[in-house]
Design a protein around this ligand. Structure first.
Ligand SMILES: Nc1ncnc2c1ncn2[C@@H]1O[C@H](COP(=O)(O)OP(=O)(O)OP(=O)(O)O)[C@@H](O)[C@H]1O
Ligand SMILES: [Mg+2]
Length: 378
């Protein structure tokens, strides 16, 4: 049996007890939920939204007696998709008497809804022409039914919320239900595309305008990361040694990149040994190698002006509008500005005060390296 297991997970949401810090964020989200306030949580990809929400749902259930429901809306394209996601979320998460009561109710609607293995998805497969809308209405009203059982508040997290923009009028439909649920349910809308999230909640013409308090998830603090990395090396019979500082510098507080680098470093350090700078150099190079295809694909998806804007941010050390930088890239300031606003809306770039930075510090290194390889404009 393998017992010497790498303690750094970078490819899936973390279990609540494995996450670094986020105490304050957990507390704020819980306080809002208990108070019946809706929150929209925004962060770039891989900043730990789902991991944090998992912890909030766990604590909400344990400490506040709330009924936790996590609905993942990643990739939904239709009303049917949304209905299936909501139904499966309840199917996974309702327990005990509440579950039995809700199941009985769902069966009684005759809409094909069920918390069992064969729910609305199966019905829609057998009868592709069936209208999924009544089923979705029923599911969106479930918080009112949950409450009938014993007045627990439901905590409903809609993850990857920006994807509802792919389903016509979904925000209006959602609003028509949740606006009557303030007493029985609290909602968290989590998303990674700041442009789309803003459009959904900050455009006066949109149904969800002003419906949720914004909250941004930030990078992790170096001190928190250092303590975590050192402790996990120690508890697995190793020492992180002098590799910790270069790791912090390379990861820049980016949660997933931090864990990826720590994972790679740990792999190279034998049991009982201490990490050296040479271990670090190999781990770092290995991580960049692993990411090469991803970076290449991301790069090719960008317009030429966006590519130039990224190069300008990197070459200008955060100040993309410096004249020598613009001249070298043969790019007028106006086109860089327009491209940057696109990149900000998609959270590839973020602003820190006056400066711009690439969200992903390893992608920034890769972009910097393009200069030497000469295929920057390919
Ligand atoms: N608080 C944290 N402490 C340690 N690692 C973290 C933390 N948050 C995120 N991570 C790292 O980032 C990875 C991705 O986390 P998670 O899936 O929660 O992010 P996400 O923002 O939901 O990502 P996505 O945009 O893909 O939905 C985790 O596997 C973990 O390595
Ligand atoms: Mg996620």
């Amino acid at each position: 049996m393998i017992t010497d297991v790498n303690p750094f997970v970078y490819s899936r949401p973390l279990a609540p007890d494995d996450i670094i810090d986020r105490d304050e964020e957990t507390h704020r989200l819980l306080a809002a939920a208990v108070g019946g306030h809706y929150v929209r949580l925004y962060a770039p990809r891989k900043y730990g939204k789902t991991s944090l929400l998992g912890r909030v749902l766990r604590d909400g259930e344990r400490q506040e007696g709330m009924i936790p429901v996590l609905v993942d809306l990643y990739g939904v394209l239709s009303i049917a998709d949304v209905a299936i996601r909501f139904e499966r979320a309840y199917a996974r998460q309702l327990k005990g008497r509440t579950r039995a009561r809700i199941e009985e109710f769902l069966q009684s609607t005759g809409l094909g809804l069920s918390l069992g293995a064969l729910g609305i998805g199966a019905r829609l497969q057998l009868e592709p022409r069936a209208d999924p809308l009544p089923a979705l209405h029923t599911l969106l009203d479930l918080p009112l039914r949950l409450e009938e059982g014993g007045s627990f508040r439901a905590l409903i997290v809609l993850d990857e919320f920006q994807d509802i923009t792919k389903v016509k009028d979904m925000d209006a439909l959602l609003r028509s239900h949740i606006q009557f649920q303030g007493e029985v349910a609290s909602f968290v809308f989590a998303g990674s595309e700041p442009g789309l999230m803003r459009e959904l909640f900050e455009d006066r013409e949109r149904p969800l305008y002003g419906q949720a308090v914004p909250m941004r998830l930030e990078r992790l603090g170096d001190a928190d990361i250092a303590a975590y990395v050192a402790e996990r090396f120690r508890s697995t019979g190793r020492s992180a040694g002098e590799a910790v500082n270069p790791l912090l510098a390379a990861a820049q507080g980016h949660p997933q990149r931090t864990m990826l680098l720590a994972h790679r470093l740990w792999e190279l350090v034998p049991p009982g040994a201490t990490a050296t700078l040479s271990h670090w150099a190999s781990a770092h190079a290995g991580a960049l190698g692993e990411l090469q295809p991803e970076f290449d694909a991301n790069w090719r998806r960008l317009s030429t002006n966006e590519q130039k804007a990224l190069r300008a941010v990197v070459a200008g050390d955060g100040s993309p509008y410096r004249r020598p930088v613009l001249e070298q890239l043969d790019a007028p300031k106006s086109s860089i500005r327009a491209a940057l606003s696109q990149l900000l809306a998609r959270a590839l770039v973020e602003q820190r005060g006056e400066e711009y930075v690439l969200v992903d510090p390893l992608f920034a290194e890769w972009v910097r390296g393009l200069r030497g390889t000469g295929d920057a404009t390919s």
